[in-house]
Write a protein that binds this ligand. Structure first.
Ligand code: PEP
Ligand code: MG
Length: 862
């Protein structure tokens, strides 16, 4: 019932049903929150009466009364969205305390200091969350009192000091808001519910939803629950634990707790807590019960759980359970282990791992053999390594991130308000807080390296520096963090390519058994081809030959070819390029021996290979003004004339793709000859090359028929000259709407289709793929005109519709037509699902995304 009760509420209800110790309470539904927002922040009709009735039931169950001067009922008020948004929304604890009930709590527990501690926490939280007073102002008052009393920790303050803190807090609220702190528990309750509803739309919740693609209209539920106290003495405490390690997936209770502490103390990272193992010594009975409940909850939910608990005078209470967030490494290990344990099926294991998350494991890691200048060590909170400039402020991190700079966000602790800085940073380093602190949880969720609780760091925010191990590291200095070891390293570090763990390989094998969609890679070099083979690619879906033209030693010859004024001149340059290209194709076909390799003939506009016009003009002007070498000047002027002549206003819609093959057939013929010479050579060597020649940017069958004829002519010549026969195919890219609409005609001349969805998106939407993102895309996303960037996530509605038409028309002409996709979307999980649904044969993506595509293709098929 998560949609109605929120994740927290639904699980509390479930835990109550299976008989676990959960403090009783009531839940205000997400429906009420949605009504509240729709009605301009007014509670829906009847809600208040129902809440009052619920409180009466609670009072009867517990034999305590709201506002009672003998034995008062106190409650916590906590948000709970249908999809967990840790730390993003508001919580108020100890609600129901006022100047009278606090005395009753003191008398009832025989602990005045405790009662006052609860009261000041309540006023602080309520003042902040409900009445909008800045948290730091409360902190400052508390610091003043501690200083005056000469103590360091909060729990060293005696009762009489707490009374002064309470009085100061109340005055602060009056001064800041002009309102007195409310004394009526019912008034407190409804004000708190109001605030929790509103917190659904606070800035950090909005940012979090945007990053995590959570719909804005779900709303939050509100959980009102009887308080239990972890701060009542040394036989009490509070903690959070995961049933398995959320970083590595190891099957071992993992978490931490604080003795004599309340609620958010652990996750807020204010005091560094004790590891959960220590509870076994501190309170063996409680630990045993807790461990039993953890394993029961895992069995019940058949998933790793993230649990919050409180111990009140030696009695254990469960405050929350939910499926725990985890790194990709942990997600894989847990899924595979749970299949082993008989808890879930293989199909479920496949669905348990978020394909996009695998990116984390396909990144580079620190070379274990490297000599590192380690300057500090903290807790290894989120694996991976990153280097960047030290930044102490989330806003600056965001700004530098937008400028394309790599930064490491360094902070004593992070709060949900820092979320934008964490998004922008390469890695996070904190000096306080444990493995479940905000920074650690958020970083793990985002797959960013994080080292936390690095207590040796002395951060000076005013001077923008930190000191450690006798060193001073200033803002802008480069450091590296290794979230797998907790090491903080001076400078950058050498990195290694990733390797797949045995569990990862196993999960991918299971994925391969269920998927029907093939996965190939886009690659131009034998090294990339081999890498993609290792990652499980079934072939190369796109070799962009222009990348081979860009090599430094080739460029002059390519320029010679472009600038030639006659076919004879051009042929001289092409003769030089032929053996080079042949070598390229030989390498890649050999690396993929036995597997298909789609080789695309030259695609980009020719002027991309020529010098920049502005640079040339500067050089010419300098030569003229300095009376430089006349010969050189004439040569440059001549070059400029030619570059100018090739200049196009709209090069992406200009002289490119197969249009080059139509106007300069000798260029395509050279490439075809190079491909087939390499094929013949490999066949003679006993290999099994499978070349697929691909013609780009086709709009009509007539282009393809003439270029196909040219290719076939070359093949005939090569086979005859080499005295060998081999198999080859000729196909086309579908990347212009006209091609999609005329796919039935085009299919008569194509052995295969491959959707070039980069260009197809560009031409269907009329958005320049080179400019849209920098200019107007964000506005389209912010205003929800488009839900996703169509260059990253396939636009199913428009581009997808054209693809569907092309598949249907193409296969009408040629029923078994091989069809794939090789645009960027071929590596995007949601686009892969679409490709599966319209019956494509394969997706092709960058080598490092091949494992992601294998898993996503399996998820589409499960
Ligand atoms: C495409 O357009 O999707 C494609 C794969 O080709 P390129 O990105 O090289 O234009
Ligand atoms: Mg293209």
């Amino acid at each position: 019932m998560k949609n109605l009760l929120g994740g927290k509420g639904a699980n509390l209800a479930e835990m109550t049903n299976i008989g676990l110790p959960v403090p009783p309470g009531l839940i205000i539904t997400t429906e009420a929150c949605r009504d509240f927002s729709a009605q301009g922040q007014a509670f829906p009709k009847g809600m208040e009466e129902q809440v009052c009735e619920g409180i009466t039931v609670l009072e009867e169950m517990l034999g305590r009364k709201f506002g009672d001067e003998q034995d008062p009922l106190l409650v916590s008020v906590r948000s709970g969205a249908p999809i967990s948004m840790p730390g993003m929304m508001d919580t108020v604890l100890n609600l129901g305390l006022n100047d009278l009930t606090v005395e009753a709590l003191a008398a009832g527990t025989g602990n005045e200091r405790f009662a006052l501690d609860c009261y000041r926490r309540f006023i602080n939280m309520f003042g902040e969350v409900v009445m909008g007073v800045d948290h730091h102002k409360f902190e400052k008052l508390l610091e003043n009192h501690k200083e005056k009393a000469g103590v360091y920790f909060d729990n060293q303050l005696p009762a009489k000091e707490w009374r002064k803190v309470v009085a100061d807090y109340k005055s602060l609220i009056l001064k800041e808001t002009g309102k007195t702190f409310p004394q009526s528990p019912m008034e407190q309750l409804f004000m708190a519910v109001h605030a929790v509803f509103n917190s659904w739309n606070n800035d950090r919740a909005i940012v979090y939803r945007k990053i995590n693609k959570i719909p804005d209209d779900l709303g939050t539920a509100v959980n009102v629950q009887a308080m239990v106290f972890g701060n009542i003495g040394n036989d009490s405490g509070t903690g959070v634990a995961f049933t398995r390690n959320p970083s590595t997936g190891e099957k071992k209770l993992y978490g931490e707790y604080l003795i004599n502490a309340q609620g958010e103390d652990v996750v807020a990272g204010i005091r560094t807590p004790q590891p959960i193992d220590a509870l076994e010594q501190d309170m063996p009975q409680v630990y045993k019960q807790f461990a039993g409940i953890c394993s029961l909850l895992e069995q019940h939910y058949r998933n790793m759980q993230d649990i919050e608990f409180t111990i009140e005078r030696g009695k254990l209470w469960m405050l929350q359970t939910r499926n725990g967030k985890r790194t990709a490494q942990a997600a894989i290990k847990i899924a595979v282990d749970m299949v082993d344990e008989g808890l879930i099926t293989r199909d479920e294991a496949i669905l348990r791992v978020e394909p996009g998350q695998l990116d984390q494991l396909l990144h580079r890691r620190i070379d274990p053999g490297a000599k590192l200048d380690i300057i500090a060590k903290g807790l290894p909170a989120s694996p991976g390594a990153a280097s960047g400039s030290v930044v102490f402020d989330a806003d600056l991190a965001e700004k530098m991130g937008q400028e394309g700079k790599k930064v490491i966000l360094v902070s004593t602790e992070t709060t949900p308000d820092d979320i934008h800085g964490i998004v922008a940073a390469q890695g996070i380093l904190t000096s306080r807080g444990g493995m479940t602190s905000h920074a650690a949880v958020v970083a793990r969720g985002m797959g960013k390296p994080c080292v936390c609780g690095c207590e040796a760091l002395r951060i000076d925010y005013h001077k923008h520096l930190f000191e450690v191990a006798g060193l001073v590291i200033k803002q802008g200095d480069i450091i590296s963090v290794d979230g797998a070891t907790g090491n903080v390293i001076l400078g950058t570090v050498p990195m290694l390519d990733p390797v797949l763990s045995p569990e990862f390989r196993l999960l991918l094998e299971w994925a391969d058994q269920v998927r029907t969609l093939g996965v190939r890679a886009n690659a131009e070099t034998p090294e990339d081809a081999l890498k993609s083979r290792e990652f499980g690619a079934a072939g190369i879906g796109l070799t962009r030959t222009e990348h081979m033209f860009m090599a430094q030693d080739r460029l002059p010859i390519v320029q010679e070819m472009i600038l030639a004024t006659s076919a004879a001149e051009r042929n001289i340059a092409l003769d030089k390029l032929l053996p080079m290209q042949q070598g390229d194709f030989y390498g890649i076909l050999k690396a993929m021996d036995g597997l298909p390799v789609t080789i695309r003939l030259l695609d980009p506009p020719l002027h991309e290979f020529l010098p920049n016009m502005e640079d040339l003009m500067v050089e010419i002007t300098t030569l003229r003004l300095s009376n430089g070498d006349r010969e050189e000047l004439r040569r440059k002027e001549d070059l400029l004339r030619k570059v100018r002549a090739l200049h196009e206003a709209n090069p992406m819609l200009g002289h490119r793709g197969c249009r080059l093959g139509i106007t300069f057939p000798e260029v395509y013929a050279m490439q075809a000859r190079a491909i087939f010479n390499a094929t013949a050579q490999l066949v003679k060597e006993g290999c099994q090359p499978v070349p697929e020649v691909e013609i780009p940017l086709v709009i009509d069958k007539n282009e393809l028929s003439s270029l196909r004829e040219m290719v076939t002519g070359v093949v005939g010549e090569v086979m005859k000259a080499a005295g060998v026969e081999f198999h080859y195919t000729v196909g086309t890219m579908i990347e212009i709407p006209r091609a999609a609409l005329l796919a039935d005609e085009i299919a008569s001349y194509a052995d295969f289709f491959s959707f070039g969805t980069n260009d197809l998106t560009q031409t269907t939407l009329g958005f320049s793929r080179d400019d849209a993102e920098g200019k107007f895309m964000q506005a389209y996303l912010d205003q929800k005109i488009l839900t996703d960037n169509p260059f990253m996530v396939l636009d199913r509605k428009g581009v997808g519709k054209l693809m569907k038409i092309a598949v249907e028309l193409g296969r009408k002409t040629s029923p078994g037509l091989l069809i794939g996709i090789c645009g960027e979307h071929g590596g995007d999980p949601s686009s892969i699902e679409f490709c599966h649904s319209i019956g494509l044969d394969f997706v092709s993506c960058s080598p490092f995304r091949v494992p992601i595509a294998r898993l996503a293709a399996a998820q589409a098929a499960v």
